[in-house]
Each structure stands twice: as C-alpha cells, then as structure tokens.
Design a binder for this molecule. Sequence first.
Ligand code: COI
Length: 378
Amino acid sequence: MFFTTEEQRFTEFERGRNMSIKFPVTRTTHPKQKPDWKNLGFGQYFTDHMFNIDYDEGQGWHDGRIVPHEPISIEPASCVLHYAQMMFEGMKAYKTPDGHVQLFRPDMNFKRMNRTNDRMCIPHMDEDIFMSAIKQLIEVDSDWIPSEPGTALYIRPFIFGDEVSFSVHPAKHYRFIVILCPVGAYYSANDGGLSATKIYVEDELIRAAVGGTGFAKCGGNYAGGMKASVKAMEYDCKDVLWLDAVEHKYVEEIGTSNAFFMIGDEVITAPLMGTILPGITRDSVIQLLKKWGIKLSERRLSIDEVMAASKSGELKEVFASGTAAVISPIGSLVFKGDEYKVADGNVGPVAQKLYDTLYGMQTGKVADDMGWTVKLDI
Ligand code: COI
C-alpha cells in the first residue's frame, strides 16, 4: 500500500475526466520536427514529452508529472547502473480511421508489470497512475500517432531503482518513466506489409532457466541475449530462437517475441513454465486460433521435431508474435550452421490472417469482437 487513504492518494493530483488522475504538464518550448512517417524504423524517434513519477520508501509513488522528453540526470552510483534493478513494458496506441485513439489490452500490460515488479523486488505500480499517465501523455503528444500502414505509437513504461548504494539489496527510491515513439514494423519492410525473416537457433548459450527471470520483462534478459544476437547477425539472421536451458532441446522464445510452429494441422507454442515471456500478443494469437477452430497446443516441442518437419515438408509455418513484432513470419531457421526452410520460405496464410485480424482490430479497421481494444477519451 503506497497511499494510506483515498484522500491522501490524490492530494497532489486533481482528478480529471473518467475519474483518472490529472498530472501537471510542463510543455516543451522546442517541439521537434516530425519524422518521415513512412520510414520510422523502431525506436528511432521520440515524442516531445515524457511522464515521470518518483517512489520513496514510506511515501509511495509521488510527484507525477509530464515534462519535455530530454536526457535525465542520474548519480553514477545509482544501483540500477550496477545491479540492473529495473523493468520495462511495451504497448502501442493506434489511430482509427474515424480519428479515435485506442490501446490494445492495456490491463494485461499493467498486470504483467506488477508480476515483473514482484520478481525484481520493485514496488507495485498503481493502476490509476499507470493508466492515467499513459492516457494523458498520449493526449499531450497525440499529434505523434502515425497512421501509415504498419505503424503505431509505441509506449515504453519503465521503472528503475536509483538509490545511491553499492549494497546488493532492493532500492529505497525508484523512478517510473513513460516515453513514446512512433514506430514501423520491428522486423519487416516498412511498407505495412509482411515479409518473412530468417532466425538463428542458439544451441550453446541459454536465455532463462526455471526459477530465473525469463517470464519477467527486465533488461537483464535482453543484455544476456546479445551475445547470441551477434552470432545471429553473422548468419544474416534477424533474431535468436532460444532452446531450453537444461537439455538445449526444446524451443522456447525468440528474444523479442514468442514463437509459433505449424506442423501439419497443429500450431504449437512453448508452454508458460517461467522461462518465457507471457506475451499479450501470444495470448491473443492462442485465443484467435482456438476461435477459428485451428488446433493449438501449448506444449514442449523439440528442435529435432521442427527440423524433421522442415525436411519432410510438414513444417507449414513459423511466426513470431509480440507487441513490437506484431506477427512476423519466419521463412527459414539456421541451426548448427545449416539453413532449414519453412515451407516455401514465404508468408504463410495463418500468419497473414492473424496479422490482418490483430492489426486490423488494433487500428479499428476490423471489428473487435473480443473486447480487446480500449478507446481513449482524447
Ligand atoms: C515489445 O514487444 O514490446 C518488446 O519489448 C520487444 C522489444 C525488446 C523490442
């Protein structure tokens, strides 16, 4: 409990529309030039403002504010710079053809944030603060939401401990910041279409073991994966498919996304055993496939089974799912130096239908019969 009473909770904030918290805003005096919406890349351009709130032990989250997006100052002895006590989330806002702005399943990001916080000994975030901060920041920077095909406004909330201490213990002071960036596709060509990518199967290094932090969205998971990413790049691969930590045998996740394999008429994805990220897109894919009557199994799948299916022609599709990746078809896998084709190496029909449906719902072009989109009152 970070605020003792409802009253105290809102002493610094005035309640705004929809019972949300209204944070003070300091507007930039130097608005940036907007980027070329057709060539956004991923994480290259940032909007004019960001949200900041502090946490102090005994006081809770306090002094929420929207300020110009600019470099922050941090004491070099801050614990995050040494022991990596931090977490982040990834979500997107979309502009619909009728001019509305909407989010996709933001409640799932909020819940996952607090599960990560538990694992990283970071204090829980409050749902009102999280949702109000995101809504108000998007409202302030609403002219940064792109509407070109394949684009979205990426939202990156993150928390880090910045207590000045070299003791290895949870910090007593944290900062929660939200930054925004208009983005295109993470892997594919920036033309709003899908194209198949090549992925490297890592069979020596490991990403996560049961009991570790694999399910949590913390920076260390990504830093620990970079050595394999460098190997992937040597094979001209866009990312790494990780195998399990014990036997180096079962497929787990791709560094930035979850992985799905269609063998014959069955779509298989790794089960949630604590080693992979419980992706919100992953969950949405599972629900859609079940609704469409496609056989979906959350089960362990060995890389040998995948390779045998590639050779026999039974490997119909492989695709990645994630907030950044959306649905990214995989055309081939590099394993122990050999390249294995996925069917004809092109975009498969299941990946295409999933992309069209999910991105269509997110951008308001396909009716959302799952109740996943949340329209913002801006
Ligand atoms: C996301 O999909 O939001 C992610 O966090 C992936 C990121 C590492 C690019």
